[in-house]
Structures are given as C-alpha cells and as structure tokens.
Design a protein. Sequence first.
Length: 425
Amino acid sequence: MIITIVTFIIIFGILVLVHEFGHFYFAKRANILVREFSIGMGPKIFSYHKNATTYTIRILPLGGYVRMAGLEENDESLKAGKLITLIFDQQEKVTKINASQKKLLLNGIPLQVVKWDLEKDLWIEGYENGDEDQYHRYSVSHDASIIEDDGTEVRIAPLDVQFQSARLPQRMLTNFAGPLNNFILAIVAFTLIAILQGGVLNSTNTIGKIVADSPAAKAGLKANDTIVKVDNVKTDTWEKLVTQISDKGGKKTNLIVERNGKEKRIKITPKTKNSNGQKVGQIGIESKINRDSSPWAIITYGFAETWGMIVAIFSALIGMFTKGFSLNDLGGPVAMYSYTSQAAKYGIVNVIRLLAFLSVNLGVVNLLPIPALDGGKLLLNVVEGIRRKPISPEKEGIITLIGFGFLMLLMILVTWNDIQRYFFN
C-alpha cells in the first residue's frame, strides 16, 4: 500500500507539474504575470519567491494550479478597516504590503486601510497607526508584493501584466500549452518505454502462448495460430482481436484461424471476467511478440502511440454520446489509484506506461469545450476572435462558474461510482 501511495503521488505530481508548467512557460513569454505556481491544493506547507512568481507546495497532492494575474477572484486580503503594514523603498514607494497576521515585518508603517487601487493608478490610503488625524495616500511600486492572509507572498497584479492585456494568439497558446505539455510528456514516456524494453514490442494476432484449461485450450487453439477473423470481423492486429473478444463474454463465437497456411473455423465461448470494474470476454491467449530495436522505430514509437491513444480517447468520448453515456466509462482519483496499484506490482515499465496513458487522458479531457477547462477557455478565445472583442468579465465569470459546478458534480458522481465498482463489487 505504501508503494502504491508513493507511486500515485509521484505520477499525479508529474502530471500536474508538466501540465501547469506549460501554462506557466507561455504566460511568462507573453508577459503575463504568474503570481503563483502551486503543486497541490489546500493549505500551504512551503513557498519560495523568485522572479515575480511564488512557488508553493500545498498539503493535498491532488491537483495544482498556475495563478495568473487577471484570472482570479477579487483579492480579499485587503478590506476596508483592516490593519496592515507597509514597507517602502528609498523613493518612498510601497514595495511590500503585509495583510497577514502570521508574519511580522520590522521597520514597517502600520496602516488602517480605507481605499486602494493596485491595478491601474497603484496607490493605497488610510489612517497611519489607526490615527484618524493621520490620513495618507501612498504610491505603490509596480513590482510591489502583498503578503496574503495565509502568509503567502505574491506580486500585485497591475493591468499591464494581466492575462487580458496579452494579445489573443498569446492567450490562446497559453491556454493550449497545458494539454500540449501532457502530449509531449506521453511521447517522452512511450519513447522511454521502448528504450527500457530494448526496442519496440509489437503484439500480433498470432498466438504466442495458450493458458492451460482456458477456452482457447479447450477449443483446440495452438501456439503460432493466427486469428484472422472473429465472427467475420477482420482482426489483423492484436488490438482489434482483443476488442472483438472483449465484447463476446459468455457468447458463442466463430473464429477463423490460419494454421500452416490453411484457414480453419473454430467455435469458442469466451469467459467473462471483471477488469477494472467492467465485464470483458477473455479466451486465455498471449500474443506472439515481435521486437524492433532500430533507432527509427524507437524514436517514432512515442509519437505513434501518443497519437493512437489520442484518437482512441476521442473516439471513446464520441461513443459515450452516440451509444449511451455511463459513469463506468469515466474514472476519477479512485480509479487512478486502482490502476497505480496494479502497475506498481509489475515494475517501472508499467508505471511509465500508466503515466503516459493518464497524461494523454488529461490532455484530451482538458481540451473538451467545457467552461473551466482549457478547452472551454479556448472556445471563449475563438468567440472573442469572431466578435473582435472579449466577452465581459462578468459573463465569463458566470460561464466559468457553471462549468466548474458541472465538473464538481461530475467528479462526485464518478468518485462515488468508482468506490462502488472497486470496493463493493
């Protein structure tokens, strides 16, 4: 269990880090201020401030975020009547605002806040030392920082470095960069798998081994038989063969088998087994493996596997709406934990394969045109390009809130369904 938990945290951490780094990198290139780069959610356990960005690690290792100026809710660290502390530079401009009770700044001036503008004209005013006879307005530096209620120090967010100030193509690239990085991670992971395996292993529709007492053994199948059809459906690859057999659990099935250059018809009834909460048909065979160790095969393997998986996931998503939606088609953190547990038992190659699989899934799902996801943001960017003006922040906020609510509800339903599938079936 400890190995599974550690592996799960590492995999999830890598996925989040790579995804969010995509947003971070292209935001920086577009001169968008990244106020915080967080791994994890919830209360902060560590922070480090460098080059205008605060890097934090938070206690819950389930997610993370890049906090860009202009894409966040109103900062509630400053409130009228609140007592704060100001630090000044030699030009008497405010360089740091301490709005937290968790940190004490020496040599600062206490101020009871009345009004402020940290976006456009950059000033703050109030009663010095809480004395109503000492009302002052102070100019705030463009690069000033604010210590928020939880003790996290971040830069203020002037308008010129906010997300909406960047050009539309830059904002679209920043939104797309997260899923893009997940696809790149998958390519690297699959390539690494090929290297660790000593080449690309190609499963074929030729049988390499028969499991004893299996439906295949009882039906008379033999090693080196090639299954060319399943119920008249061509199965010229291992993947097509597995797909056809999986749908035949408990059903009488006709196989066309090539043996010694001749075709032979064999009847078989696949067993029904439970796999990851779903019932699938199996006949008890293992594929004959071909190995290609050429550098070109290894280099192209990562791209081919990633692209194939992208196509497969999009096809599955389309099928969910054309063939009927089921929560069993989705998986949340519980399903990920179950997959991690299985992968950890079979070594590093299977763990890396799971990382690649989840990375592609994360990239594809984030491209769905759902508000609050990267795909939803890209859709709003496209609408802005067509209208030649952005959607109002109020409307965009409402759309994003609706999308977020939908995702939270879906996540609760998926998680509950996963718990029932993996712990009560």
